[in-house]
Design a protein around this ligand. Structure first.
Ligand code: HEC
Length: 151
């Protein structure tokens, strides 16, 4: 590979990273957070369950035999593509986001839902506290057929 090609590749990588910093999930990956996996691995799922009860359960069921309510059923949410739970009428914004729910995308979404998915129909601003989000994500990891990878 010649130098010009290398420079072009470096520029493309830089541009992609710059987009991710300011962009929505729809346009790029969330900015990398190297501490996130460790935060979720060491998180308190029981505290997350309490947060879910207080802040999410008015709109979401999370049990295997649960149903959609105001929001989609969140059983098996980690590892699935956004807006793909059958039988729920998602917004165009969520359907177009094209993302898979991983620890990273979920953390980014739950921090500031409108920033991550502009035009989303979820009437919930977000959770600014990273520790509270990590606990919640640790709880959501227990609500699936298999524990989702820490990515
Ligand atoms: C006021 C109701 C409401 C609250 C409170 C709420 N949600 Fe939602 N949620 C929704 C709706 C409605 C959608 C679908 C959004 C869309 O289609 O744009 C959604 C979508 C989602 C999705 C995407 C699911 C998928 O299948 O792609 C996740 C993840 C999610 N919510 C997690 C949470 C968590 C975690 C909480 C608590 C911190 C929460 N929500 C609080 C209504 C709510």
């Amino acid at each position: 590979m010649n130098a010009a090609r290398l420079a072009l590749l470096a520029w493309l990588a830089f541009a992609a990273a710059a987009t991710a910093q300011t962009g929505a999930l729809a346009r790029g990956a969330p900015p990398p957070d190297p501490a996130l996996a460790g935060r979720v691995a060491g998180a308190d799922a029981a505290a997350g369950a309490r947060t879910f009860e207080r802040r999410c359960s008015t709109c979401h069921d999370v049990e295997k035999d649960g149903k959609h309510s105001k929001g989609p059923l969140l059983w098996n949410v980690l590892g699935r593509k956004a807006a793909t739970s059958a039988g729920f009428a998602y917004s165009d914004a969520m359907r177009r986001s094209g993302h898979e729910w991983t620890v990273a995308t979920l953390d980014y979404y739950l921090a500031d839902t409108e920033r991550a998915v502009p035009g989303r129909a979820m009437d919930f601003t977000g959770i600014p506290d990273a520790k509270v989000r990590a606990d919640l994500i640790a709880f959501l990891r227990t609500k699936g057929d298999a524990p989702a990878p820490l990515r």
